[in-house]
Design a protein around this ligand. Structure first.
Ligand code: F6P
Length: 541
């Protein structure tokens, strides 16, 4: 299999970039009065305006040729019908099966329906008080103990859908092995009314098991009978044996499957905190929205296919414009954790340096994803987006309706979002800055000396994703959009989006260093810096 970067289309894209880079975004709009209308699509209740990108029809035609060269249509079918797309672990990646209520062809949802039924029953029992804690107390608090994919998805969704919360259960998340986190979560809880979910696909993850053991110790220490542990700890895992060894009753273990990747798993029983705290119907709506996006992805020609367009644009900037990072800026307070969630999704999936065939890739892969909610970022890092030396494509996300309409807040939020993408696009020339300063009363000399500081290059590209409202369905569609964007990028780059071997070395080394911190031998060939730091720790405790 030859590398895509050796193809003629790649070469033509490079030549085309040299040509189009002479034009500004404003030029591109002037060249085609219907551009804003043409470069805008809608799918599953999400509108993508991609007109503020450094592209024209020729760019898109070349990118679609690239997509066809990579046989994307077949790859999408393979993904959804359960082909072994995770070649290094010999696994399927069937997260789309967890949301195919429509029963489309090759859908394997029957395999998971029993689990969804059990989740629904359990949620109902907790909500009605049929399932209670020690001393017959109602469950009031749920603590999800997990990390990475067993944490970020449910936490992000629960925050995003807060206005839709159906139950009075309070939901807490513990992920970090840093004891400060669990300390602060536990300090306000009553063990008799707290339910712990130990969420770990492997049930071997150090952080999760350490936190779970601490939670159990806290539970036992707070004067409750050891026997009640079973009632207060449930698990979501693919490793039933380990969960049972942790004394979780089999009837309280919700299964996961090896064909669901951790970062794609919020649709499985890993979504139990969503179902418990938001409501099972909300969880179902979330899955339904994701399925709408799946069907769009599966059935829509590439020219109108939202994940394909977003992935192609991402590749365009990373590989032809030398963009190293992408800012994701949701103008929605409830999407506080969305960028964090996307960091794992894209960077753990596509932070790879060899192709599926083991060759070193000669091009960059995953973007570095970063960002924060607007308008907060405007008063912090947006300065760099506007005037910094780096070229950073940006995704703006905003809903048309506020979750909690109050006075003029939403119009201001909306105006700021549009103003940012417009300012990034148009920028300000030195001549414009001079004129503006003279109008403000500066003399010509002072205006000319200040103008370079006020000028902004502009022509900085962005996508705007518009939702009618941040409902469970629209959120499901938005998440699925980014999942598929991630997959398409991996196909174009010829890399495996579903493994994560890079995290292993750190885990191995940390277990050796931990052993040395506890007084055992230093790991073999410890470097002098690490040795000094271990000794510092040993002498401090
Ligand atoms: O270390 C990375 C990782 O394997 C992620 O891919 C995963 O989401 C996370 O750890 C948690 O894994 P588990 O659910 O098995 O505890």
């Amino acid at each position: 299999m030859s590398l895509i970067s050796k193809s003629i289309i790649w070469q033509r894209l490079a030549e085309h970039q040299a040509d189009i880079s002479k034009k500004s975004l404003v030029d591109l709009f002037q060249a085609d009065p219907s551009r804003a209308q043409k470069l805008r699509i809608e799918a599953a209740g999400v509108t993508l305006d991609y007109s503020k990108n450094l592209i024209n029809q020729q760019t898109l035609d070349l990118l679609y040729e690239l997509v066809i060269e990579k046989n994307l249509g077949e790859q999408i079918k393979q993904l959804m019908k359960g082909g072994v797309v995770n070649c290094t672990e010999n696994r399927q990646a069937l997260h789309t099966s967890l949301r195919c209520d429509s029963g489309r062809e090759n859908c394997q949802q029957k395999r998971v329906n029993t689990t969804f039924r059990r989740m629904g029953e359990f949620v109902n029992r907790v909500h009605t008080g049929d399932y209670r804690g020690s001393n017959n107390k109602f469950i009031t608090d749920v603590v999800n103990i997990g990390i990475g994919g067993s944490h970020l998805g449910p936490m992000m969704v629960n925050e995003a859908l807060l206005p839709y919360k159906r139950s009075s259960l309070r939901c807490h998340f513990v992920s970090n092995v840093d004891s400060s986190e669990i300390h602060h979560v536990l300090e306000d809880l009553d063990p008799e009314s707290t339910l712990f979910i130990v969420a770990s696909k492997t049930f071997t993850t150090t952080e999760t098991l350490t936190n779970a053991n601490t939670a159990r110790q806290w539970f036992v220490d707070n004067s409750l009978a050891d026997a009640d542990v079973a009632r207060h700890f449930i698990a979501v895992t693919a490793n039933v044996e380990n969960a049972k060894n942790f004394s979780i009753e089999e009837s309280n273990i919700f299964p996961m499957w090896d064909w669901v990747g951790g970062r794609y798993s919020l649709w499985s029983a890993i979504g139990l905190p969503i179902a418990l705290c938001m409501g099972m119907d909300i969880f179902d709506e979330l899955r339904a929205g994701a399925e709408e996006m799946d069907l769009h992805f599966l059935d829509t020609p590439f020219e109108q296919n939202m994940p394909v367009i977003m992935a192609s644009l991402s590749l365009w900037y990373i590989n032809f414009w030398d963009a190293h990072s992408t800012a994701v800026l949701p103008y929605d307070h409830h999407l506080t954790y969305f960028t964090k969630y996307l960091q794992q999704l894209d960077m753990e999936s596509n932070g790879k340096q060899v192709t599926n065939f083991g060759e070193r890739v000669p091009y960059h892969t995953s973007p570095i994803i970063w960002g924060d909610v607007g308008t907060n970022g405007q008063h912090s890092f947006h300065q760099l987006l506007h005037q910094g030396t780096r070229f950073i494509p940006t995704d703006f996300i905003i809903s048309m309706q506020a979750a909690y309409p109050m006075r003029n807040h939403h119009a201001l939020l909306f105006a700021n979002c549009l103003a940012q993408s417009r300012a990034l696009m148009t920028g300000k020339t030195e001549a414009e800055a001079v004129e503006e300063l003279i109008k403000q009363g500066l003399d010509k000399e002072d205006a000319e000396s200040l103008a370079p500081h006020k000028a902004m290059p502009g022509s900085r590209p962005s996508n705007t994703l518009l939702l009618k409202e941040l409902s469970p369905k629209r959120l499901g569609a938005l998440i699925a959009l980014y999942e598929h964007k991630t997959f398409v990028q991996s196909v174009l780059w010829d890399i495996n989006a579903f493994d994560q071997w890079g995290v292993e070395l750190g885990k191995e080394l940390s277990s050796e260093i931990y052993s040395a911190l506890c007084g055992h031998d230093f790991p073999e060939k410890t470097d002098p810096s690490t040795r000094n730091l271990i000794e510092d720790y040993r002498s401090a405790i």
